[in-house]
Design a protein around this ligand. Structure first.
Ligand SMILES: [Zn+2]
Length: 383
């Protein structure tokens, strides 16, 4: 079977598992394990606390240090509210494209990993190839940590991790880090004719959001990282809920914020500024009622990706990709987490990131073919 047919077949199977982040990915992992079993794979799962999701690490070839990791996430974003022209969980061929939820982000890459194994394992390896498939990437890269830490602490010492998010098969060497979370304002409700007797959670939230707006304005003139678009850090609020009725002082208000910081800027320092502002507002709130307050709950922190230091490795990757330069992207990936675990990392994968999370998400078959070829050439470096 040629690589287009093999990748398409695996993608069809992978898309059929509706692995939105809120549900189990174990059936998908079972499928992957049946695919790799004939190759004599060593398999290790890293389950979440509830036991309904897991990371999967598959090692092929000898147990030696210096291998290469191909990594991707198994979860996808939901399809509710999107106008799909067909069943999102049934892969469809449209012209030279394959359409289905996750085709781009990022089951296309997972399918390429599986399709590359025939070629990679046709001849003996002297160093291993590892497949590292994660869960809960789409809710803030919160799943992969256990596996990345284990790899970092093991004797595997891989020389490279390729994270296959969609880059059009370019080499992405840098991206921003992210910090996301909820802010909950607990006020004191009462009749709106007496606003000074109560604590209006919606109005307090507005104050906090104003501060976020000021931080955003300052970030435009703050540290810049060439190649990123925009080259500066950003912060914003995209979700808010609060209040019960037009004439009741609002008891509760919550909003979700996200910041994306350029490599070199501290997301912790920004968070600390938000917390300081919250503490100062709380003084006025608590003077009216001590039970009121503001809670800032960080949901996830995604470290930035900085370019691989080893120039020879960077050059080797560009040569294998037939590219002349690396790129930087504004979105976060799991690459920084592998990098923090001590594995040099880059983001290289099939498809266009603009198609990710969209209705009728799709990937060009040619991109899958290019990706399988690249993974096979990477495998050859492990002979
Ligand atoms: Zn993704």
């Amino acid at each position: 079977m040629d690589s287009a047919a093999s990748a398409s077949l695996h993608l069809e199977r992978l898309v059929a598992f509706p692995t939105v982040s809120s549900v189990s990915n174990l059936d998908l992992l079972d499928y992957v394990e049946t695919v790799v079993a004939p190759y004599g794979a060593r398999v290790r799962r890293f389950a979440n606390e509830a036991g309904d999701k897991a990371n999967l690490l598959i090692s092929l070839g000898p147990h030696e240090p210096g291998g290469i990791i191909f990594s991707g996430h198994t979860d996808v974003v939901p399809t509710e509210g999107q106008s799909w022209t067909g069943d999102p969980w049934t892969l469809r061929k449209r012209d030279d494209r394959l359409v289905g939820r996750g085709a781009t982000d990022m089951k296309g890459f997972l399918a390429c990993c599986l399709a590359s194994l025939d070629g990679i394992l046709a001849r003996p390896l002297s160093r291993p190839v590892h497949l590292a498939f994660s869960y809960d990437e789409e809710v803030g890269c919160t799943g992969v940590g256990s596996m990345a830490r284990w790899i970092g602490e093991s004797d595997l010492r891989p020389r490279l991790a390729v994270i296959g998010e969609a880059t059009g098969m370019d080499m992405v060497s840098a991206h921003k880090g992210g910090l996301i979370g909820w802010t909950h304002v607990h006020g004191k409700p009462g009749h709106s004719s007496q606003p000074d007797r109560y604590v209006n959670a919606v109005m307090i939230a507005a104050e906090l959001i104003s501060e976020i707006n000021r931080i955003r304005a300052e970030m435009r003139d703050g540290p810049a990282f060439e190649g990123l678009d925009p080259p500066y850090s950003t912060i914003q609020v995209n979700q808010i809920k609060g209040g019960l009725h037009g004439n009741i002082v609002a008891e509760a208000c919550s909003f979700f914020w996200e910041m994306r910081v350029v490599p070199g800027q501290s997301d912790a320092a920004v968070l600390e500024r938000m917390q300081r502002h919250a503490r100062s507002l709380e003084q006025t709130m608590k003077a009216i009622d001590p039970s009121t307050g503001i809670e800032i709950a960080v949901q996830a922190q995604i470290p930035p990706l900085v370019p691989i230091e080893d120039v020879a490795l960077r050059t080797e990757l560009l040569r294998l990709l037939d590219r002349s330069a690396t790129r930087a992207v504004p979105y976060g990936t799991e690459a920084g987490i592998f990098q923090n675990a001590g594995v040099p990392s880059a983001v290289i994968g099939p498809g266009d990131i603009a198609d990710a999370h969209q209705p009728d998400e799709g990937v060009d078959i040619d991109q899958l073919v290019q990706c399988v070829g690249f993974l096979e050439r990477l495998g050859d470096t492990c002979r």
